[in-house]
Write a protein that binds this ligand. Structure first.
Ligand code: HAM
Length: 423
């Protein structure tokens, strides 16, 4: 809030949340429209769920050892005594909705997307907010590694169409319930040996989930984690083959990637493939998007044995690296004089709007000069002039503000001129 703001400080937006104002919102709309267009080309359909969910959904889904569940959820008890959480991520909500509506019984492929707000109580900084937006993509019931590669290719294609450059795609496999326990034990004994060099948080993680040490941003912990054994070396045959095939399909798609063995991702549900696309332009919070496979979530929710894979992209982070800055200007400004002129202006605004031309008619009585001044300020492409003469003749003046030319005509004639110029 600026120093001159008349509103009280306590009425300001909550820390870590942002208003998206006109001027900025056009970029959001353009990104959302392009995203919808592209993901629908790959067969995804939108699935919207409530912002509030039972807390257990994330405890069970996101995982009890994740930072999200242990530290970052907005949780409250409602008047009925139920523990409610503002969704911190979308994957568990999507899985819940699938089970609740038995979408797994429908014949179509289970490919869904959503764009909307998520909530995490983390320390706000550049690229990290308490309310932020994700594009979330999920595919269910597709075991084939070709889908792992296809969604990475789709993420890559989306970034290319939006003109994002300088990104790097990281991929890894975190194994499955067959091979990960042995790796975790190995990791635990390595971490135990360097316990004193780890931060208090990571020391706790040794017992709960040593893989989470890889998520720590503390320099000393990162140095130690770099020396830990690599999960890729201990994958079971199935996971190893799956990962090799994901990589070979990525090669087929000509998607550039780097295998990053420390990419375990901060959520507990991942199995096999994990991936992230990072951008040098983002600073410390450098992940534009992240995702992976989660083959056990549905089963853990008590549903059928249906595997899942997906990713989520941070919309604020995406927009911060975009160059597009669409501008929105008034198209037609309707200048009028006297009461009859105003009435005609209201009528003609309706006519032009119904024919798809954005029109602005201001209600106050000002002279034509002042109205042209307003139109100029607003960047209007056209001004329609309605004075006594025009009303009498039924012919109006249309000024092309860029060219400085003026044409007389009926509303239909003038509409055609505007439409032909396609502003
Ligand atoms: P995530 O890595 O927690 O994964 O979040 C995905 C993306 O959301 C991040 O790469 C980042 O761009 C954005 N993001 C996360 N937290 C914040 C924040 N506090 N402020 C701004 N942006 C943020 C998930 O959420 C998984 N549900 C992804 C997934 C879908 N995995 C499988 N399916």
């Amino acid at each position: 809030m600026s120093a001159e703001t008349p509103a009280k400080k306590e009425l300001a937006a909550i820390k870590g949340t942002k208003d998206i104002l006109p001027g900025e919102v056009e970029v959001w709309q353009a990104v959302e429209a392009e995203t919808r267009r592209l993901v629908e080309l790959y067969g995804y359909r939108e699935l919207r769920t409530p912002i509030i969910e039972p807390t257990e959904l994330f405890e069970k889904g996101t995982g009890e050892t994740s930072d999200i569940v242990t530290k970052e959820m907005y949780t409250f008890t409602d008047k009925g005594g139920r523990s409610i959480t503002l969704r911190p991520e979308y994957t568990p909500s999507m899985a819940r909705a699938i089970l609740e509506h038995r979408l797994d019984l429908l014949p179509e492929p289970m490919r869904y997307y959503y764009i909307g707000p998520m909530f995490r109580y983390d320390k706000p900084q550049k690229g990290r907010y308490r309310q932020f937006h994700q594009l979330d993509i999920e595919v269910f019931n597709e075991k084939d590694p070709a889908i792992d590669a296809e969604i990475i290719e789709m993420a890559d294609a989306l970034l290319r169409t939006l003109g994002v450059e300088g990104t790097e795609t990281l991929v890894n496999s975190v194994g499955c319930r067959a091979c990960r326990p042995a790796y975790s034990r190995d990791l635990r004994s390595h971490a135990e040996k360097v316990r004193d060099r780890l931060c208090p948080d990571c020391r706790r993680k040794i017992a709960t989930n040593p893989l989470r040490i890889f998520d720590c941003k503390v320099e000393g912990c990162r140095e130690q984690a770099a020396l830990f054994p690599k999960i890729t070396a201990t994958l079971c045959q199935e996971c190893r083959e799956h990962f090799a095939r994901v990589c070979s399909y990525l090669d087929l798609y000509k998607v550039a990637y780097r295998v990053e063995p420390n990419l375990v991702r901060g959520l507990d549900y991942y199995t096999k493939t994990t991936f992230e696309i990072i951008s040098g332009g983002l600073g410390a919070q450098n992940a534009l998007l992240g995702g992976g496979r989660y083959d056990d979530m549905m089963k853990d929710f008590g549903g059928p044995d249906i595997c899942g894979i997906g990713f989520a992209m941070g919309v604020e982070r995406l927009i911060s690296v975009l160059q597009i800055r669409p501008e929105r200007k008034t198209v037609l400004y309707i200048a009028h004089m006297g009461d009859a002129g105003k009435r005609k202006g209201l009528e003609l605004a309706r006519f032009f709007r119904r024919n798809g031309v954005e029109s602005l008619v201001e209600f106050g009585s000002k002279g034509f000069k002042a109205q042209f001044g307003r139109a100029n300020k607003l960047g209007a492409a056209w001004v329609l002039v309605i004075g006594e003469d025009e009303i009498r003749k039924g012919l109006y003046q249309l000024k092309d503000m860029a060219a400085g030319t003026q044409t007389e005509g009926t509303p239909e004639d003038l509409l055609k001129i505007i439409q032909d110029k396609k502003i």
